[in-house]
Write a protein that binds this ligand. Structure first.
Ligand code: ZN
Length: 85
């Protein structure tokens, strides 16, 4: 784990690896990101890749009302369906 002294701008977030139905009714893997401070939830972001996780946390930073400049994915919940290629 990386440690940063600029801890105040980084708020931990929890990533949930889930499935959800898309508009066609197909089950697809997706991620949700939850801010540990404000409990703001974003998602679903489709995919279980590192890219999907990054997108989820950047979307969380955009939508969350907490003062964080970054949300740091710290805890992971659920079953991850695929690894990055
Ligand atoms: Zn936040």
């Amino acid at each position: 784990m990386r440690r940063s002294k600029k801890a105040m701008v980084r708020v931990p977030a929890t990533i949930y690896f889930k499935h959800a139905k898309n508009e066609k009714g197909n089950r697809q893997v997706c991620v949700y990101a939850v801010c540990d401070l404000e409990r703001t939830v974003v998602g679903p972001i489709w995919g279980h890749t590192d890219r999907a996780v990054k997108k989820a946390v950047s979307e969380l930073t955009r939508q969350c009302t907490c003062p964080a400049k970054f949300h740091n994915p710290q805890a992971y919940e659920g079953h991850r369906a695929q690894k990055r290629t």
